[in-house]
Design a protein around this ligand. Sequence first.
Ligand code: EPU
Length: 436
Amino acid sequence: MSDVSERFIIRGGMVLSGTVQIRGSKNAASKAMIAALLTDEPCILENIPFSEEVAITRELCERIGSSVTYGDDHTCNIVTPRIREHSVLALSRRNRIPILAFGPLLARAGTAEVPFLGGDPIGHRPIDFHLEALTRMGATIERRERSYYATAPYLTGTDIEFPFPSVGATESVLLAGVLARGTTRIANVAIEPEVENLIAMLTAMGALITVEPEARRITIEGVQQLHGVRHRIIPDRNEAVSFAVASLATGGEITLQGATAAHLGSFVETIRATGGTMTELGDDMHFGQAQKWLTTDINTAPHPGFMTDWQQPLAVLLTQARGTSTIHETVYEDRLGYLKDLARMGADVSISDECPEGNPCRFSGRTFNHTARITGPAALQGTEIEITDIRAGMAHIIAALSARGESVISGTAHIDRGYEKLDERLRVLGADITRV
Ligand code: EPU
């Protein structure tokens, strides 16, 4: 675990340019590790990032009964001959992965107990879709003082429709449905590349899954058992966006090695609309400077829309565009809090609970501050900032890198949960960042 007293000292104003290798996706890797619990055969996962999220998930799997070893070159070998422990309470509130273990634990042990979830403070983040779906599939779930306790002699396929295309709930039902009896049909699913990556792994393990992305529908025919697999984790889209914006916001250009352009469509469109460039060079993506940055209006949305994890870094770039840009956050109700820190650094920002005119979302008429207006260009000044979540923290770091003067950023553990050795890799690009 990272030391909670650690801080980053950033002296801003350096141009970040060069080449960076994009690591495997945190949000795909942790789910693949959970999928490996579905079989007693070895699973080899390639392109695993060495982030804290993966370390926490490793601890979870080991508690359950897995033996996990890291090989060379970001490979992870995980085998779970038997379920030793169906209760993973000790990992309470460190991330959002334990809920996904319900499916594998119920399939192999008939019982599962997971703690209330942690993760970033970006909204209420209920898990009702997960619990309702598992209950419909035959699980009995009891809410205890600190946990959810579930039992099921077996799970049965059924028809499920999510009120919103939730990534986690889609993954939960996939992990539960693959070994359930009969057919599970899920409507209004999330079709994020991380979900597709999980489906590719489960299919290679012997699961029978049909996806209709346009219709947001998934059908799972339950099978009796799954086998081991060698599976590659997709590149981290959030890391790609973070590095691209860090470079562009400081006046640089950057080549992202091993990023998948097809997963970043709405981001690339936005960069081009604001005046920047993106050229594909084989598996690499090269982002170039705008002559001058232009304003834009963003609505975050489930994939293939503009991802909710990208608005925070982008906001820093928008402080440099002449005029007013809008960010309309429609996935999480409370994900704009970081903007008050950008305002302290000199950004001209206003936040409102009203949707942009003519563009209502499901938060319309409620009291969630989910629309931001950013007016630029603004000269940012370094300051002291406390990071409270991964993506907000990334915005703070990018703002500090592009600001005049020094910033002291505490709460580095949030960054380490999502990014492998971020400070070292930023330094290679020219950043003046030190961990103390
Ligand atoms: N929702 C419910 N009930 C549920 C589940 C979700 O109301 O049972 C709501 C949420 O409150 C939210 C919306 O549905 O308003 C979407 O949430 P989703 O379930 O899709 O999010 P998640 O699976 O908890 C993952 C990523 C997030 C990413 C979102 C959206 C992981 C571990 N986390 O969260 O990543 O922002 O999908 O793409 O995969 C991050 O990496 O920093 C991060 C927060």
